[in-house]
Design a protein around this ligand. Structure first.
Ligand code: 48H
Length: 260
């Protein structure tokens, strides 16, 4: 066999095996932002079968850009244990007890590496365009290639069956929107609908991101900014402790649900 054929066959075979093995999973995660990556890491480490679908080529979500493209972010002491778990380094901010800066590129890459090494499979350049909703139950995801989505090509999608679905899509809460608007699901919020993100209030937003990380419908969870948008929390700018803690919390909630 020519080397050209060896390379192409190997890639087609290993990718196909990876996808085939993840068409039915314990947890299907939408979005590869910081909260979802922590969740993927924790769940996989504890033995769950996890597939994460990220629309962009590079997972990491809003981590890479730091604050206004200054590629540094801030994390508070409550979340430094999670940074330690991923081997991410941080520096104290002089005069601001309990707050640290860190390199956002180091954070994004370490979270991705950590999730993959824990056993989660990441499928990048794939967009989740719908959910499976069968007998009043959320049963998984409907996926397609992002270039198909971007080019508006009329190509039917494929599906991934999952015991639990996690919306980690950030500010737009894409999966929760589909759940409310297409499946007419009543969410576990005061109105049954998405309450919508509020303006900037750093400490409130940080606390509410974790508090709002919940199971919003049986088998359907939200983390990070998505959870905050669903429950009407404040935004917080480039401080990421709440995102990391939200990922850790949702992993625990899902583990309890799965009985793992
Ligand atoms: C596949 C999708 C789909 C889809 C979206 O926004 P993220 O970084 O996620 P979080 O919530 O973990 O982190 C939020 C943080 O980055 C942030 O924005 C903060 C702290 N903002 C504060 C403020 O005041 O603005 O990542 C979400 C990811 C992205 O990579 C998307 O590409 C991806 O989800 N995504 N992937 N299918 N339908 N929708």
């Amino acid at each position: 066999m020519s080397i050209e054929n060896v390379i192409s066959s190997a890639i087609v075979r290993t990718f196909s095996d990876k996808l085939l093995n993840h068409l039915e999973v314990d947890v299907a995660i939408v979005g590869g932002g910081p909260s979802a990556l922590v969740a993927a890491h924790d769940l996989a480490k504890n033995g769950a079968k996890v597939a994460l679908f990220e629309r962009k080529l590079a997972p990491g979500g809003g981590t890479w850009g730091g604050g206004m493209l200054f590629n540094e972010v801030v994390v508070q002491s409550d979340a430094t244990g999670i940074l330690d778990d991923f081997g991410i380094r941080y520096e104290p901010i002089p005069g601001a007890d309990g707050y640290f800066t860190l390199d956002s590129v180091e954070m994004a890459s370490a979270l991705i590496y950590g999730a993959v090494h824990a056993g989660a499979k990441i499928f990048n350049a794939m967009s989740v365009e719908d959910i499976i909703f069968k007998n009043e139950k959320v049963g998984g995801l409907v996926i397609n290639w992002t270039p198909v989505e971007r080019l508006g090509m009329h190509v039917d999608p494929l599906t991934v069956v999952a015991s639990c679905v996690l919306d980690g899509t950030g500010h737009p809460s894409e999966i929760m929107n589909l759940a409310v608007n297409k499946a007419h699901i009543e969410l576990n919020t005061p109105t049954g609908k998405i309450l919508g993100e509020k303006p900037m209030w750093v400490d409130s937003g940080e606390a509410s991101t974790v508090a709002n990380t919940l199971e919003y419908f049986p088998g359907l969870f939200a983390c990070g900014m998505s959870a905050n948008n669903v429950m009407g929390g404040y935004r917080m700018g480039p401080i990421f402790g709440g995102m990391l803690m939200s990922g850790r919390k949702v992993a625990k909630l899902i583990q309890e649900k799965l009985g793992k």
